[in-house]
Design a binder for this molecule. Structure first.
Ligand code: PEP
Ligand code: MG
Length: 590
């Protein structure tokens, strides 16, 4: 990744809109990437200690291997390892690296890597078989030491310099969750999809994000400025002062658009002909509740509970979970909250336990399947939620239900634990309402059966699109293939809503389309009464609701149901949206 050219522009696909102007930060993200990080003066000795530890662990590895080879009588191979041990005691790998860390104040990985490259170059220049062999030895040793250094670092995006534009090959949901807005002001990655959980988290935090950018030309931009325009998908490296000034002006304009929107954000989510919608929030952390109250949302329609441990090594204990749920429920101030039980698997697997990853994680042990198999984990979570339920209006929702059996088994566990808690003297005011997510086409088709067994339904369109169209939500960056505008998806949504309404069960849409104002009138016209969106998007959706009428929403839905392909539907939704919002809104912040 190397370039210093001024005015260079990279292109990618916007995942989370917005503009950022800041300094690049290269995030460790693949085996061959070596991040360069400044180390504070008072941390230098610790960094050297970390390097010494990696070196002595590598020496121990080699000695163990050498012993094994001797036992197997492979004496020649054991002698090669003797050379490795000698090289590891060479000042090149001991005192020199240490003094270089002290001198440069950089992290051990980057100092070691630079030093290795320097010697590699020297060895290559000497065309002698002896040095060719030493080169191979050094390569081998280097891989071993780097491996141990990497084990001891887990850079968190919570601990990087302010105003950083994070460049990474890929981004996990837990990495994105650790990022602090203001510290991380934008993401640029090589891979990633618009419905990946990393993208969802970036949008929820209001961090601009561009994926599918080619990063192999970018390196050592350390002190330069970068502009990320995540409306167009352009990344400007080393921009001219004039361009920086233009983008600073644009940022001001966007801020003022948003302030205009915010003015109506505390009003009712009501159409101008008086039709009231429920507008709730999707949250991953308790801090998002501030915006929920600021924008007067009706409650939390989806608490993605798995985010409480995604960046940790283990599932939290019952008491730890209870404290978190209790805090969240109390912060609701009486408003209802739907807590979704852990949706692990897919692109959210960060646990150290021995849960073997599936070949295709989206089609394997994910969500409710995992919970029903690992019942201790499930029971612990349910006990913690039910104990916290006495502090407010809690509902429990199961992710990725694909059939009645799973729903019944999960529901049975809830009722069993309720009885256990009551028997142990814990006062539960009433049975906690239980609902299921509709994210699998089979579940959508049997929505009548699931509606009868549930207190409410919630349509998770991110997964419903993925499973209906057989397209991976993490790797299909805004391509025409991953589209909720496919008539197959719209028909499934219509069917689920009709079945829920037939059995008098509330139905919410909580996938990303609920946050896209272009979909608002369509969903209303299909009979959806509640939308749940990231808190940050509440003003956009409220604005869309307040700028339409239920009559025109129904008419739009009827027209859309006649369409035969996604392009036609997209055209209809765009036309309707443009009709209701000012032109610059549509281009800049929608
Ligand atoms: C969905 O699939 O639409 C959904 C809301 O759940 P998640 O994005 O957490 O998978
Ligand atoms: Mg889902």
């Amino acid at each position: 990744m190397k370039t210093k050219a001024a005015g260079k522009v990279l292109r990618g696909v916007p995942m989370s809109r917005g503009i950022a102007i800041g300094k690049p930060f290269f995030f460790i993200c693949s085996e061959d990437a070596v991040p360069e990080q400044p180390i504070a003066k008072d941390q230098i000795e610790l960094e050297i200690e970390r390097y010494r530890k990696a070196l002595s662990q590598s020496q121990r590895d080699v000695k163990r291997l050498q012993l094994q080879l001797k036992e197997e009588n492979a004496l020649e191979a054991a002698a090669i390892l003797e050379t490795h041990l000698q090289i590891m005691q060479d000042p090149l790998l001991t005192t020199m690296i240490e003094s270089e860390i002290r001198k440069t104040c950089k992290n051990a990985e980057s100092v070691f890597h630079t030093c290795h490259l320097k010697y590699q170059k020297k060895f290559h220049a000497i065309r002698d078989p002896f040095f060719r062999e030493r080169d191979k030895d050094l390569e081998d040793i280097s891989r071993r030491i780097m491996g141990h250094l990497r084990e001891s670092t887990r850079i968190s995006l919570a601990d990087i310099p302010k105003n950083s534009i994070v460049f990474a090959r890929e981004l996990s949901a837990s990495d994105a969750a650790a990022a602090k807005p203001g510290t991380v002001i934008a993401f640029v990655t090589e891979s990633g999809g618009v419905n990946s959980h990393a993208a969802i988290v970036a949008r929820a935090k209001g961090i601009p994000y561009i994926a599918k950018a080619k990063l192999d030309q970018v390196e050592h931009l350390a002190d330069s400025t970068v502009i990320v325009d995540a409306r167009t998908g352009e990344i400007h490296l080393n921009p001219s002062p004039k361009l920086v000034a233009n983008f600073q002006n644009l940022q001001k304009q966007l801020k003022s658009h948003f302030q205009t929107l915010e003015k109506t954000s505390t009003l009712e989510a009501e159409t101008f002909d008086g039709y009231k919608m429920r507008l709730s929030a999707n949250i991953e952390t308790v801090t998002e509740l501030d915006l929920l109250h600021q924008y007067r949302a009706n409650g939390v329609g989806l608490f993605r509970s798995e985010y409480i441990f995604l960046s940790k090594q283990n599932f939290p204990s019952e008491d730890e979970q209870f404290e978190i749920y209790k805090r969240v429920v109390q912060r609701m101030e009486g408003l209802p909250i739907v807590i979704r039980t852990f949706d692990v698997g897919g692109d959210k697997l960060a646990l150290s336990q021995d849960y073997s990853p599936d070949v295709n994680p989206y089609l394997g042990m994910r969500a409710i399947r995992f919970l029903l198999q690992e019942q201790n984990i499930f029971r612990t979570q349910l006990r913690a939620i039910l104990r916290a339920s006495v502090y407010g209006e809690v509902r429990i929702m199961f992710p990725m239900i694909s059939g009645l059996g799973e729903l019944q088994e999960a529901k049975h566990l809830v009722r069993e634990i309720e009885n256990e808690l009551k028997a142990s003297g814990i006062e539960l005011k009433k049975q906690v309402p239980v609902g299921c997510m509709i994210e699998v086409p089979a579940a959508a088709i049997i929505a009548d059966i699931l509606a009868r067994e549930s207190d409410f339904l919630s349509i998770g369109t991110n997964d419903l699109v993925q499973y209906t169209l057989a397209v991976d939500r993490s790797h299909q960056a805004a391509s025409s293939t991953f589209t909720p505008m496919h008539p197959g998806v719209i028909r499934l949504i219509k069917h689920v809503v009709a079945m829920a309404n037939r059995y008098g069960k509330p139905v919410t849409v909580c996938g990303e389309i609920a946050a896209d104002p272009r979909f608002t009138p369509l969903l209303m016209g299909l009979g959806v009464h509640e939308l749940s969106v990231a808190s940050r998007h509440l003003p956009f959706v409220k604005h869309a609701i307040r700028n339409t009428s239920i009559i025109s929403a129904i008419q739009l839905a009827e027209k859309v149901m006649e369409a035969s392909n996604a392009n036609e539907i997209q055209e209809m939704l765009n036309t309707e949206y443009k009709r209701t919002v000012p032109e610059d809104f549509f281009h800049n912040i929608a």
